[in-house]
Write a protein of this length. Structure first.
Length: 110
């Protein structure tokens, strides 16, 4: 058997086809963790790790805002159009009940 390389000296290929290298010398995130210590995960190009990369600032254009609004709509029961339609049906039903009550008082309908 050839002279084996010690485990701590071996460097294999990284995930997703990334080339081998000394990943222990990568720049660290440094964000404050819940323990109060700096994060030790390797940083991405934005300077933070995958856990502390920050929240999305959201869409800025009107098209992006509309796309997000459509994506998060589950059923549309409380949309403006649905509320207006229900109000219109309530008014129509109320008018029908009033008409029936008026007709029954006159004795026309038994």
């Amino acid at each position: 058997m050839p002279n084996p390389t010690p485990h701590e000296k071996r460097r294999g290929w990284l995930n997703n086809g990334n080339p081998p290298g000394d990943f222990t010398s990568a720049v660290r995130c440094g964000a404050k963790t819940r323990r109060g210590t700096p994060c030790k995960c390797p940083a991405m190009p934005n300077g933070r790790c995958r856990l502390h990369g920050g929240l999305s600032t959201g869409p800025k254009t009107s098209e992006g805002i509309e796309r997000i609004r459509r994506a998060v709509t589950k059923h549309g029961r409380y949309s403006k159009r649905a509320k207006a339609e229900r109000a219109e049906y309530r008014n129509l039903l109320r008018a029908c009940k009033e008409m029936l009550a008026a007709l029954s008082c006159n004795g026309s309908v038994e």
